[in-house]
Design a protein around this ligand. Structure first.
Ligand code: ATP
Ligand code: MG
Length: 452
């Protein structure tokens, strides 16, 4: 290589992040908590492909939405000319799969998913080109009970994650007929205030005026606040549904505010819409959005099937978890095995396997590119590993059929910081020490906490 030009480094795609080992415990804590909370409500996981036909999103999300207009990673499959898209969200994919496999043939289904989504946006805090969502879709339920259940499930998740600063905003956007009546008045209102509309709003004025209510443009806020409210156009059934949701939430002491301007980015929503928002994340304050989407399944060619769901932005929630300072178990093991010489290396493999069989997390020293094979260097690695114990096998130990067990976290001056133990008794000894001293030897199952 030395005579050749040094190869240029290839870096990752802008807005698509590596999740490094230091952050992995936080992700695991989040995902494990999600898993157990959703399971406790009877939700079952579904895993759909990251790539779907472009038509799925074009049809499902509506043409005049941020996502379909400008955020999709779409491409032509060079092998067969298929039009494909990296999923920007997963309601469409889950619904497609539910229909394709006739999942609701024997009754409604509670489904959830987690995974990466892709949107070509300007990368900034809380907004990435590859990001992750956890979502739930209750398919085949007429509500309002399931709407309230989905919301309460989110509340429980925030509680279990130790997040207290997320508030619920609720609205109803009625049905298509009610929205059409409102739309006529809304367009007329916006036309009276045309000089205040930005270019986005002007473009949407006739195509999707409801979305103008969602604007983040500060100069439009006052005008938009005074616009005709969809809530005033709801008919009897929509109003009863909305009241039903509120009744259950009130009965269960779930606080919320009604935000008449709340609409969702996707066209397929009707009736209940909600968002969980926080003031801790700057302008990217929405951590979860959801609502009812009764028309979608029929739009996809299925028989009319009501449904309700939500999607939450994992990166935004993790940022809240980091800020909340909750403790978590960092990457660490129970035992680091140090060895010197060929015979000791062979023995150390045997011992490491036995310790793992006993349920411990064990790092066995292996040869590395940056040296560190000396006894001293190995002990330094053992210290850095976070292990409670080092088990040391040198030539003397091989001869004597023993191993040295060293307490790495023993208090200064403690006696018996290091003992020689019969080889066959090492596992029992270490397990005893860990259980006896209340060490957290089972990182996966014990109570785990986050600390940055
Ligand atoms: P926003 O108004 O912030 O653009 P959205 O309406 O596009 O949000 P949804 O499509 O409802 O968002 O997605 C649900 C959640 O996914 C959002 O509330 C947010 O937490 C998260 N999310 C959406 N887009 C991104 C992104 N580009 N990067 C990180 N998280 C995102
Ligand atoms: Mg968006």
């Amino acid at each position: 290589m030395s005579e050749q030009k040094k190869a240029e480094k290839i870096v990752g795609v802008k807005g698509m992040n590596d999740i490094l080992p230091a952050d992995a415990p936080l992700w695991e804590l989040f995902e494990n908590t999600v898993h157990s909370v959703l399971k406790s409500y009877g939700f079952q996981q579904i895993r759909t492909p990251i790539v779907e036909p472009t038509a799925l999103f074009a049809r499902g999300l509506g043409a005049v939405t941020d996502i379909v207009e400008k955020e999709m990673y779409s491409f032509t499959d060079s092998m067969n000319g298929d039009q494909l898209t990296l999923r920007p969200e997963n309601t469409a994919g889950v619904v497609r799969a539910a229909l394709e496999h006739n999942l609701t043939y024997d009754g409604p289904k509670r489904l959830w998913y987690v995974g990466p989504m892709f949107r070509h946006e300007r990368p900034q805090r809380g907004r990435y080109r590859q990001f992750h969502q956890v979502g739930a879709e209750a398919v085949g339920f007429t509500g309002p009970d399931v709407d309230a259940e989905l919301i309460m499930m989110c509340q429980r998740l925030w509680d279990d994650l130790g997040l207290s600063d997320i508030r619920l905003e609720l609205n109803s956007i009625g049905n298509a007929e009610e929205r059409n009546k409102h739309r006529v008045d809304l367009i007329a209102y916006f036309e009276q205030h045309k000089e205040l509309l930005d270019t986005d709003a002007q473009r949407r004025l006739h195509a999707n005026p409801l979305r103008i209510l969602d604007t983040k443009n500060p100069t439009m806020q006052e005008m938009v606040n005074a616009a005709p409210k969809l809530l005033d156009y709801l008919g009897e059934e929509s109003r009863a549904h909305f009241e039903g949701v509120q009744k259950i939430l009130n009965h269960n002491n779930i606080p919320f505010t009604i935000n008449p301007r709340l609409v969702r980015g996707m066209d397929y929503y009707n009736r209940t819409v909600f968002e969980w928002v926080t003031d801790q994340l700057g302008s990217q304050g929405t951590v979860c959005g959801g609502g009812r989407y009764d028309p979608l399944i029929e739009m996809f060619g299925g028989k009319p099937t009501p449904a309700c769901g939500f999607a939450m932005g994992v990166e935004r929630i993790l940022e809240l978890m980091k800020a909340s300072g909750e403790q978590y178990a960092p990457n660490q093991c129970d035992v680091y095995v140090v060895h010197q010489g060929e015979a000791a290396q062979l023995q150390s493999f045997v011992l490491a396997e036995r310790l793992r069989t006993a349920g411990l997390d064990v790092v066995l020293h292996c040869a590395s590119a940056n040296g560190g094979g000396s006894f001293k260097a190995q002990m330094k690695r053992a210290d850095g590993s976070g292990a409670a114990f080092a088990v040391i096998i040198g030539e003397d130990e091989v001869t004597a059929n023993t191993a040295v067990v060293k307490h790495l976290r023993a208090e200064e001056g403690a006696e018996q910081n290091q003992v020689s133990v019969e080889f066959d008794a090492v596992v029992d000894y270490v397990v005893d020490q860990i259980v006896g001293h209340g060490h957290d030897h089972d990182h996966d199952h014990d109570h785990v906490h986050y600390h940055p």
